[in-house]
Design a protein around this ligand. Structure first.
Ligand code: DGJ
Length: 376
């Protein structure tokens, strides 16, 4: 926001924002930050800390989605006006570094650990020049919310660990699978084998793949890393250690062979709700929704929560995060990205309030809405 506007608003009162109309969320439009530039924080997540919202996301360039700068941070008091805090985690020019400029950094999420008093950033990392083959989860930390964050490590997840929701019978079935036996993908026998843990077995020794992801901190402060694993065919929910900086080894598989990515989660009245997408690259597809009474499942599938224009294609976007609005009961915002792969920096944002119909989440397309007045 410009100094002139700030002075005017201090004179007229902040409520005058209503008059000026700078108080609405308009999904799909250009969202200017305090410097007048479209916000560059894609695939992001929001952390509420000390009364302010911090939005972290992927910095995208004119012609590439590769990480040329790193993870950006913006801060806001009202979820509408955002101040650019710069680069929270910077890529490096050190050749061979995991986060060398030109690597792929996606879906960064920051959580605060009250025991260590550290801010912990998790993100999906792909090594420079290796496409999406590395499929690593990466972690960086900082003493300050806006950074700078120090990169710690990255890798596949939970090497040597079996899923907690695989019983003995299922384990025996998986043991009999031969990962090299399937020359053709997408056949019914191959799909059944994936369900039975074909890729869990393949990746058991080196660790499970981790691509699209989010991190969720529960009411009891336990944190979970939720990510697309097994070649994007199966989601995993994995427990993080008390300091949030590593995995404990406990994880479950969710919707084996269901082909879900872009997980976003929230909890309301003791029920966990997860919204995901299908896997169609940068193109939008129909959102999926799941619920469970325990983070470890069982999870059950619901119908698409989206309503209104273009609801079958998630309004042209793909889920990325569900933001809890502080100070208002049961107020949540569904965040999604409208990707622009040919002009990545021009990708747009969809932020819509989540309503509840008979306690089931519903997301209705709205051209413009005001988060200050939407919830009573
Ligand atoms: C969809 C994912 O959700 C994005 O984060 C990104 O990985 C693209 N696929 C790449 O095609």
């Amino acid at each position: 926001m410009k100094l002139r506007t700030i002075l005017l608003l201090s004179f007229l009162g902040w409520k005058s924002l209503v008059v000026f109309g700078n108080n609405e969320i308009k999904s799909g439009e250009i969202w200017k930050d305090d410097t007048g530039v479209h916000i560059n924080a894609h695939g992001g997540g929001v952390l509420f800390h000390n009364g302010r919202y911090y939005w972290f996301g992927e910095y995208k360039s004119e012609d590439t989605s590769a990480a040329l700068r790193g993870v950006t941070c913006y801060v806001s008091d009202d979820l509408v006006n955002w101040t650019n805090q710069g680069i929270a985690l910077a890529v490096t020019d050190e050749q061979g570094s995991d986060i060398e400029r030109g690597c792929t950094i996606e879906r960064p999420k920051v959580v605060y650990n009250s025991k260590t008093q550290k801010f912990v950033m998790w993100f999906h990392l792909e090594l420079k020049g290796r496409g999406y083959a590395a499929a690593r989860a990466a972690v960086a930390i900082s003493d300050r919310v806006e950074g700078p964050y120090t990169y710690l490590h990255s890798g596949r997840v939970n090497a040597g660990q079996l899923p907690a929701n695989m019983n003995r019978e299922e384990r025996e079935r998986m043991d009999k699978l031969q990962p090299d036996a399937y020359k053709e993908w997408w056949t019914p026998t191959w799909t059944q084998a994936v369900k039975d843990g074909l890729f869990v077995k393949r990746d058991l020794e080196d660790g499970q793949m981790a691509r699209d992801m989010t991190v969720f901190v529960d009411d009891d402060k336990h944190a979970y890393h939720i990510y697309s694993s097994e070649d994007n065919l199966t989601l995993h929910i994995a427990e993080l250690t008390d300091d949030y900086m590593a995995h404990t080894g406990k994880y479950v598989r969710l919707m084996p062979a269901g082909h879900n990515e872009a997980p976003a989660i929230f909890k309301k009245d003791g029920t966990y709700w997860m919204i995901t997408s299908g896997c169609t690259g940068w193109d939008p597809n129909e959102a999926r929704m799941f619920s469970a009474k325990s983070i470890w499942g069982p999870w059950m599938q619901h119908t698409n929560p989206c309503r209104g224009d273009n609801h079958r294609l998630t309004f042209g976007g793909q889920s990325t995060y569900i933001l809890k609005v502080e100070g208002k009961p049961n107020a949540f915002i569904f965040m999604a990205d409208i990707w622009r792969p040919k002009h990545p920096i021009d990708a747009r944002y969809i932020w819509l309030p989540i309503d509840f119909e008979k306690d089931v989440p519903v997301i209705t397309w709205r051209e413009a809405w005001n988060p200050a007045t939407y919830w009573k």
